[in-house]
Design a binder for this molecule. Structure first.
Ligand code: 16G
Ligand code: ZN
Length: 527
């Protein structure tokens, strides 16, 4: 059989329902799992092509993140652990939507456009989350990979950031770490232990965190990591998947959007808690105060904590590296004001979706990026890393500088720079709180969030200015501007979701009543 005959043969085992059209959205394909078998097979093919094209290992992650358990999805991971490029997202949509008899032609088009040498060896790493459908869907990916004669390595259950990490390790010949699940736990745990050595007075109480695993893969990974952490990090794990349903009434997205604690977590007043999402690439923190009021510390609060910590260390180390924070339109107005006016940190606003934030963060010596929903990480330029390393081993500097440089070095090792990572972010936050001697209440008090509200509607709209203004339908933005003027400290925008067939409305104002009313009025205006 020729290569293409083999593809045709296997493709027959994963037929595309005629007429079904799906787009490679903000974070890959995502829909009800029943519609995805052919997509998975074809993404296996595409990953094999991308691997031949880049002469490097490519990752394929089977997950639908925070979506309901019945959904599934797939995202491709590029050689350095990044999301695939725009052109390849378009190829993904092309392959996904080719009718059964047109698949080979679509494949040939990609091969020609990218001048791919089909004789080149190829290798693909596959990971999956805990959804029941992930098992057979990852098998379909493997079928696609093998149909093009590429080597597929199925790692089974992994968090999304673990797969990104392993792909990056593999393609940098181990310089980023060991390309295995244990390699990930070891690297992060060692960095965490080194970092928290600088906070010797931590009591067991301060070490303790409540974790909501969203009944997903993050819970399993955290349990495995426990052994590597040598009691330096203590936690109680809830929603670990032994009983509840994935993402149901729990997890980071639920907590952020509903602005309430997840079910299944026994929280006492003042206790520090966090929630992962379904594939453990997002995290939010929260606590209940003694009056029973719920306080959320979202991606904006996390970005502020981390950038403040890094900025202080840079000053202590005497390093003049430029640090910036990248946000989206969802960032609470108070966070942007605090960062710009009080912290004097540069802030950039980009479109929703990790790839946009990641890209913008790469432009700085140190780019801290977080979506308000809790997805984020920190990127260090190569030059910044080298300067920090050189300083940490410089025998001629004083203790304060040396200490700051060592903290920076271990901080770099603790961060998963390939993508937002709930476990890595959690350990970094815990370390920063310990080193700076901050309670979660003190962290929360750094600035006060403006009350806000999010709602979803069905309607087609277009946006501009990092999704902060609507360009169509005509008159909509003017109507929103007029509504916003009615409230104090207010801001509102609408944008089409990249993962669901809805339009999202966001509003913030000086009080919860105003934020709710504004969100409601804007959503009426959208109709
Ligand atoms: C995806 C994105 C996330 C974004 C969300 C927005 C990645 C890996 N994930 O989950 O960054 O915040 O979509 O969803 O890019 P929406 O377009 O439905 O509002
Ligand atoms: Zn996720």
């Amino acid at each position: 059989m020729t290569q293409f005959e083999k593809v045709s043969h296997f493709s027959g085992l994963h037929p595309k329902p005629a007429g079904l059209v799906l787009q490679y959205g903000t974070a890959g394909f995502r829909t009800n799992a029943k519609q995805l078998d052919h997509i998975m097979f074809r993404m296996g093919l595409l990953a094999a092509l991308r691997s031949k094209n880049t002469k490097a290992t490519i990752g394929v992650m089977v997950t639908a993140s925070h979506n309901p358990e019945e959904d599934n999805g797939v995202k491709l991971v590029d050689p350095m652990g990044e999301m695939v490029t725009q052109a390849w997202e378009e190829y993904a949509t092309l392959l996904a939507n080719a009718e059964q008899e047109g698949l080979i032609m679509a494949l040939q088009e990609v091969i020609e456009r990218e001048a791919i040498n089909m004789g080149q060896e190829a290798s693909v790493f596959i990971g999956k989350d805990t959804r029941p459908s992930s098992e057979s869907l990852s098998q379909a990916v493997l079928d696609g990979v093998s149909a093009l004669g590429a080597h597929g390595h199925d790692y089974g259950l992994l968090t999304t950031p673990q797969l990104h990490f392993m792909v990056c390790c593999k393609n940098t010949e181990g310089r980023y770490g060991n390309a295995s699940e244990d390699g990930y736990y070891k690297k992060l745990a060692q960095a965490f232990i080194q970092l928290t050595k600088h906070a010797r007075n931590r009591t067991d109480d301060q070490k303790h965190l409540l974790v909501d695993g969203a009944n997903g893969i993050g819970a399993l990974a955290l349990r495995k990591m426990e052994a590597f952490l040598q009691k330096e990090f203590q936690f109680s794990l809830f929603n670990d998947g032994s009983q509840g349903k994935l993402n149901f009434l729990c997890g980071a997205d639920y907590v952020k959007v509903q602005q309430r604690p997840p079910q299944g977590v026994e929280m006492n007043a003042g206790e520090r808690c966090c929630s992962f999402d379904g594939d453990a690439d997002r995290i939010v923190y929260y606590f209940n105060d003694s009056a029973g009021r719920f306080h959320l510390l979202d991606g904006d609060k996390i970005a502020t904590l981390i950038s403040t910590y890094l900025k202080e260390l840079l000053t202590q180390a005497g390093l003049d590296l430029q640090i910036a924070v990248v946000q989206t339109a969802y960032a609470n107005g108070s966070s942007t004001r605090y960062l710009e006016d009080t912290m004097k940190v540069a802030v950039r606003c980009v479109k929703t979706g990790v790839k946009h934030l990641h890209h913008a963060a790469q432009e700085f010596d140190i780019g801290v990026y977080f979506e308000a929903n809790g997805h984020g990480t920190v990127l260090f330029s190569k030059a910044a890393e080298e300067r920090i390393q050189r300083l940490a081993t410089d025998p001629n500097i004083n203790d304060e500088k040396k200490n700051a440089a060592c903290l920076l070095e271990n901080t770099i090792n603790l961060i998963n720079q390939t993508v937002g990572d709930a476990i890595s972010d959690m350990l970094l936050i815990e370390a920063v709180l310990a080193i700076r001697g901050l309670t979660v209440q003190q962290w929360n008090a750094i600035y006060t969030d403006l009350p806000n509200r999010q709602v979803a509607d069905r309607r087609v709209i277009d946006t501009t200015d990092a999704e902060r203004r609507a360009t169509s339908p005509l008159g909509l933005q003017e109507a929103i501007d007029a509504l916003v003027k009615k409230y104090q400290m207010s801001r509102a925008f609408v944008r089409p979701s990249g993962t669901e067939d809805v339009v999202r409305v966001y509003a913030e104002a000086d009080s919860q009543e105003s934020a709710d009313a504004l969100a409601h009025e804007v959503s009426v205006a959208v109709y």
